[in-house]
Design a protein around this ligand. Structure first.
Ligand code: ARG
Length: 476
């Protein structure tokens, strides 16, 4: 054993087993290995790490920093390692810290000096940033397909329920009648914006950090454009200091996913209510409900409750990432290792939610009979009548007050507005006539809508056509 003070170069250094061990005189404490390892979670970056390493090796060969044969050998062994990791035949150990060092040491064990050349002009700082971007890019593309599938499920249900009028609610009080399809397409719109945000986030994710080195770049003659093209990045990161430390893309992705999760939570909450016996609007597929272990009659909306509940994780992950970054000086700091589990969790959570949401929507139907039986409650046509009076020349404030009186009379008598007599209407508004009566009733109220984007059947038909077209392109 060399003494701690020994500078005998012939003796093996205490940290020789580590890729960074040369300068060390003492071995790493086992507790530190356990504390600082990341391979238990960053092994998920294995594919991206291998793709990045192969592209890097080929670039090194193109730049004369290794031979083409050496790059070929590296690529070949990398594919072997990939196969072993996928098959679960690769050994992971905390002593080797992270996925990057695992793969590189397996390469070196098989290729000797050729393997030892791979890390030329590369640091784990630009390597991990590259891997995470590749991982997020793939996730974004999968999530986009998942969101499109959910939109398609909402569209399909909207098409099946064309013409069905349901009560629309504000403040969870009956407000105005709407087409069920209109309400379903509202979710397509929200998810559509989520997809736009994902696409926008993808642009800033798809920038290549590799070639930035640890912080300052490299004095070796590399070609970053070569790697950029090989890995399908849109551009090379402009500033090496920024590139190794930039995790904006991870925050953005986590935020986009948290907002998506919030949309899905709102939807879940709505359908939890709508599927209660009290509302009785939607009938959830039984395969997407669960029972109670003590109350035999229960058919519970647990899937929707979990969709609502899982938004908490996605929201928490954004918070964690922002707090992680807020104290970091420029360039890589090991704190950044904590980013991955939060990003992975947001991606996993949304994928899990989308995986059940789309089939749940596809298997749901509306209870037309129950909806029709209660549609006359709540004076959903009051605004329609008010607008008919405005069209007849009554100032809005006057029309509002007048209809308020009529609603009060109907409430007192326990009838619908349309059940008031012509005399009762004429007492409030002397110009009362059959044309005004045509504004009453929830179906008439819907049919009379004319504004762009309204719940009028023609407007909803136009929305359906647009979404049919968009999703046909997007899903192809
Ligand atoms: N496991 C590390 C991470 O996830 C990789 C980069 C380590 N770099 C370093 N200089 N220690 O951030």
């Amino acid at each position: 054993m060399p003494s701690p003070q020994s500078h005998d170069h012939a003796a093996p250094a205490a940290g020789a087993a580590k890729a960074w061990g040369g300068v060390f005189r003492e071995p790493t404490d086992k507790r530190v290995e356990a504390f600082s390892e990341s391979v238990s979670f960053d092994r998920r970056l294995a594919d991206d790490d291998i793709d990045g390493s192969i592209a890097h090796a080929r670039m090194l060969a193109a730049c004369g920093l290794m031979s083409v044969q050496e790059a070929d050998a590296i690529a070949h062994v990398m594919e072997e390692i990939r196969g072993e990791i996928r098959a679960g035949r690769f050994e992971f150990t905390a002593a080797k810290e992270d996925i990057h060092l695992h793969i590189e040491s397996a390469l070196t064990a098989r290729l000797g000096d050729t393997g030892r050349k791979l890390h030329t002009a590369r640091s784990r700082n630009d390597q991990v940033a590259t891997d995470l971007r590749l991982y997020c890019r793939r996730a974004i593309d999968r999530l986009d397909r998942g969101l499109a599938a959910l939109q398609a499920a909402f569209l399909g249900l909207a098409e099946r329920e064309q013409g069905l009028v349901i009560p629309g609610y504000t403040h969870m009080r009956r407000a105005q009648p709407v087409l069920a399809a209109h309400q379903l397409l509202a979710w397509c719109e929200k998810l559509g914006r989520d997809r736009e945000r994902l696409a926008d986030c993808r642009k800033r994710t798809n920038i290549l950090p590799l070639g930035s080195g640890a912080i300052a770049g490299t004095s070796l003659p590399i070609d970053r454009e070569h790697v950029k093209d090989a890995l399908g990045f849109d551009a090379v990161a402009a500033n090496s200091l920024d590139a190794a430390s930039d995790r904006d893309f991870a925050c953005e992705l986590a935020f986009v996913l948290s907002l998506t999760a919030v949309h899905l939570s709102q939807w879940a909450e709505e359908w939890i209510l709508y599927s209660t016996p009290e509302f009785g609007f939607v009938l959830l597929p039984e395969g997407f409900c669960t029972g109670s272990s003590i109350m035999p009659q229960k058919i519970n909306p647990d899937v929707l409750e979990l969709v609502r509940g899982k938004s908490a994780r996605a929201i928490g992950n954004v918070q964690a990432l922002l707090v992680l970054l807020k104290g970091l000086p420029t360039a890589y700091n090991r704190d950044l290792q904590e980013d991955k589990e939060r990003v992975f969790d947001s991606i996993d959570t949304l994928e899990a939610v989308l995986g059940v949401a789309a089939p749940l929507v596809a298997g749901t139907r509306f209870d037309r009979e129950r909806i029709a039986a209660s549609l006359d409650r709540g004076h959903l046509d009051a605004t329609s009548l008010m607008e008919a009076l405005i069209a007849a020349g009554v100032p809005q404030r006057t029309a509002h007050e007048l209809v308020g009186h009529l609603v009060r009379s109907a409430m007192t008598r326990g009838v619908a507005l349309s059940e008031l007599t012509d005399e009762e209407f004429a007492r409030e508004y002397p110009g009362w006539n059959a044309g005004l009566r045509a504004a009453l009733g929830p179906h008439n109220a819907v049919d009379r809508m004319v504004s762009q984007g309204s719940t009028a059947p023609a407007s909803v038909a136009a929305q359906l056509a647009v979404w049919r077209e968009r999703l046909a392109c997007g899903l192809a």
